[in-house]
Ligand binder design. Structure first.
Ligand code: C5P
Length: 228
């Protein structure tokens, strides 16, 4: 069984509006509730630690969902700081070698089959860790300073990193703390682990495990929920 770490302390500046995107409602429940449900309804997930902004007035105060424990903690100024805070709030009896799953609160459309594949990738005895991702399918253009096309970039072997990302509790804590101490902003957990010279595995996941960033993404999620 694995604990889930859910960074939910963002204010969603890119989305606009006053309500942070993790608290927008779809089918009568917040995006965060959908995300926690997707994680906690999986048989391999033991519980969740959710990182919230300080004094978050919208947090419903859950201590248990789907019969599993939910722990809230205060996140930080960046996603990486929030993840680090949540790692420190894990129950003390979660061994340092145990894998944890870090998953964005804003990614509610996670499929159980994707979680199955990710967990399977970490079942090998000496696994470093793994992330869900998908190959880049569009042609990539590099822009010049005034918006013209400077170059076409090769897309072979380029992947888009999703979450969950799965690493060992102790190693991920050290990797994030080290990057923070060096003033390097890591944008996902794998980046912190890669900086240690380790090589996490890419697990191809579904394209519909998208992050809610714009109002169109929210409409897409509402559509996905209505189809279930
Ligand atoms: O802003 P972005 O969509 O990249 O955020 C990804 C996830 O990280 C969101 O679930 C957001 O709530 C979380 N986050 C956080 N603490 C921050 C910034 C973002 O927990 N300081």
């Amino acid at each position: 069984m694995f604990w889930a770490i859910v960074p939910a302390a963002g204010r969603g500046a890119r989305f606009g509006g006053e309500v942070p995107k993790q608290y927008l409602e779809v089918a009568g429940r917040s995006v965060l509730a959908h995300t926690l449900d997707a994680l906690l309804s999986h048989p391999r997930v033991a519980g969740a630690v959710v990182a919230l902004s300080a004094g978050d007035p919208r947090w419903p105060g859950w201590r248990e969902l789907a019969g599993k424990p939910v722990i809230a903690c205060v996140g930080g100024a960046t996603r990486a700081e929030s993840v680090l805070a949540a790692l420190c709030a894990l129950p003390i009896d979660v061994p340092a070698e145990d894998f944890v799953l870090v998953h964005d609160a804003a990614r509610p459309n996670l499929a159980a089959a994707d979680l199955d594949s990710l967990c399977a990738a970490c079942d090998a005895p000496y696994a470093v860790g793994a992330i869900l991702a998908a190959p880049v399918r569009d042609t990539l253009k590099r822009a010049d300073a005034d918006g013209g096309i400077a170059a076409t970039e090769p897309r072979d072997r380029l992947w888009r990193a999703f979450t969950p990302q799965m690493f060992r509790r102790g190693q991920l804590t050290r990797a994030l703390a080290e990057a923070a101490a060096q003033g390097i902003e890591v944008t996902d957990e794998a980046m912190a682990i890669e900086r240690l010279g380790l090589r996490p595995v890419l697990v191809e996941g579904r394209e519909d495990n998208f992050k809610i960033t714009t109002p169109a993404d929210l409409a897409r999620f509402a559509f996905e929920v209505s189809r279930r």
